[in-house]
Design a protein around this ligand. Structure first.
Ligand SMILES: [Zn+2]
Length: 298
């Protein structure tokens, strides 16, 4: 991708026919112009950030390419319903001596995205952070691998500030709207590094798939335990006629920590034992069932 001057600052709103065509390359279902909201954002640049790191200018075009088709999420919640936007075009833009990746993203218009769109319109969700993996961290002083050369980022050597230059983009993951405005000049936060991998990918890389599977099955057991706890507490609440309906109880309890659920269950059981002495379900041995001759009752 060639590095270009910023020629077109896309207006937010309805897509142009060219933008719609690009969107439909990314979209699963064919979308029409009135179904999408388009906006432009600045993903990252080649300036030194708060971590005293910067993207190599030469790495930006490849990074821009990797961001194509990636999703934007709100507040780092990593679930599919939180993925609200998708990047359909990127470009490296030069402004004075600064190069940055400009991206265009779309959001499907609908009830669930109305708030996000109006926040973007109002400029509230202007700041984004990006996640990506870079293959190389290079020292700005000597050009060697950072960490192996002995130079420290933040220190000055003959007047030159040492920082880490990030090279060789490997992957781009997502961008996130952040509620708190970024502090750095670019207005872009960056959460990156080769460490940004899934646990599963790490397990595969280091041959720890067995441990990963064992942990996963333990986690599933934990989930089952939590669900069973929740069910018991709901049953106890309903039995004790505390007044709340089951959906309300479930909504509250689904957010409770397991240890709190356990404490609540113990307390409710104690209460139930006080007010509802349990009648034996089966008649004691040697005792006859009382015969209710209801047919003769008047
Ligand atoms: Zn160095």
């Amino acid at each position: 991708m060639e590095i270009k001057k910023d020629a077109q600052v896309g207006e937010n709103g309805a897509p142009t026919p060219e933008q719609l065509a690009a969107i439909n390359v990314q979209a699963r279902a064919k979308l029409t112009a009135d179904q999408v909201y388009v906006f432009a954002l600045r993903l990252c640049d080649d300036q030194v950030d708060r971590d005293l790191e910067r993207f190599d200018t030469q790495a930006l075009p490849e990074l821009a390419r990797l961001f194509l088709g990636k999703t934007g999420i709100v507040d780092h919640r990593w679930s599919s319903d939180a993925q609200v936007a998708r990047i359909f075009a990127t470009q490296v833009v030069q402004e004075d001596s600064v190069h940055y990746i400009k991206a265009w993203a779309y959001i499907r218009r609908g009830e669930q995205t109305r708030e996000v769109i109006s926040d973007i319109e109002a400029g509230i969700k202007k700041e984004v952070s990006v996640g990506c993996a870079m293959g190389k961290r290079v020292c700005s002083i000597c050009g060697g691998e950072y960490g192996a050369c002995g130079h420290q980022k933040g220190e000055r050597y003959d007047g030159a500030l040492c920082c880490v230059i990030l090279r060789e983009p490997l992957d781009a993951y997502e961008f996130s709207f952040v509620a708190v405005p970024a502090q750095c000049e670019a207005g872009v936060l960056k959460g990156m590094g080769p460490g940004r991998k899934s646990l599963k990918a790490l397990a595969e890389e280091f041959g720890a798939q067995g441990e990963y599977r064992a942990l996963l099955s333990l986690a599933q057991l934990g989930k089952q335990y939590q669900k069973a706890l929740e069910d018991s507490v709901v049953r106890l609440c309903l039995t004790l006629e505390l007044g709340a309906e089951e959906p309300v109880l479930r909504s509250i309890l689904s957010r409770a920590a397991p240890e709190d659920l356990q404490k609540l269950k113990t307390a409710l059981e104690a209460r139930a034992a006080e007010v509802l002495p349990l009648a034996p379900q089966l008649p004691a041995p040697g005792r006859k069932n009382p015969v209710v001759e209801s047919g003769f009752l008047i």
